[in-house]
Design a binder for this molecule. Structure first.
Ligand SMILES: C[S@@+](CC[C@H](N)C(=O)[O-])C[C@H]1O[C@@H](n2cnc3c(N)ncnc32)[C@H](O)[C@@H]1O
Length: 190
């Protein structure tokens, strides 16, 4: 992809380009979305098996891996998975696996995970309903899906739209965190 094409993708709707992955790792993000806060909202237990959908370069991944038993990094771009994996290894973490694929058709069996999360991913997937359905499918009954969205992202999905879409799946709304312009909404698989 040319630099101009990549830039158009950062500024516009659609897949976030791996060429600009490092921007997602800027410490400035910590002012609004510190990894510790996002992971706390997931309410993880030490033995939990966790799926990070659209992990990107792994800004949130080390904090999640530290708080759970096993983390699966999932993204449709191998370049993103490479960077996320390096970040975990650099911190001496080994309780993780990586898996490439499409969030609309997750390559995991039903009820595989205790928790799943996605941060600024859902609107990028192309079919948010399918992504929510798939996330629900791979969660164990009682498992938690945590979706974080940030206004300003060209693919932002409002809290109201998210709840409306989730209501069409087997996910039950649990609770909200944060203001409407950078919120997390948690759901429980029935
Ligand atoms: C804006 S980035 C956010 C990355 C990370 N969650 C963060 O907040 O730093 C969105 C990520 O979702 C991934 N993604 C987009 N559509 C996807 C899909 N259909 N299946 C899997 N990953 C997808 C992209 O490759 C990208 O890494």
């Amino acid at each position: 992809m040319s630099k101009d094409d990549a830039w158009a993708r950062v500024a516009g709707k659609g897949l976030y380009p791996v060429e600009y992955a490092r921007w997602l790792l800027t410490p400035w993000r910590g002012l609004i979305l510190p990894p510790s806060r996002i992971v706390k909202r997931l309410g993880l237990k030490p033995d939990d098996r966790v799926l990070e959908i659209g992990c990107g370069p792994g800004y949130f991944s080390p904090a999640a891996a530290l708080a759970c038993g096993h983390l699966t990094l999932f993204d449709c771009q191998d370049g993103m998975l490479d960077i996320a994996q390096e970040r975990l290894k650099a911190r001496g973490l080994s309780n993780f696996a990586r898996a490439p694929g499409d969030a609309k058709a997750l390559p995991f069996t039903d009820s595989s995970f205790d928790a799943a999360f996605m941060v600024t991913v859902l609107g990028e997937v192309g079919d948010a309903d399918a992504a929510l359905r798939e996330a629900a499918r791979v969660l164990k009954p009682g498992g938690r899906l945590s979706v974080t969205e940030q206004m300003g992202d060209p693919d932002f999905i409002s809290r109201e739209e998210l709840k409306m879409r989730a209501a069409k799946t087997t996910l039950a709304f649990e609770r909200n965190f944060g203001p409407r312009f950078f919120y997390t909404a948690n759901f429980l698989q029935r």
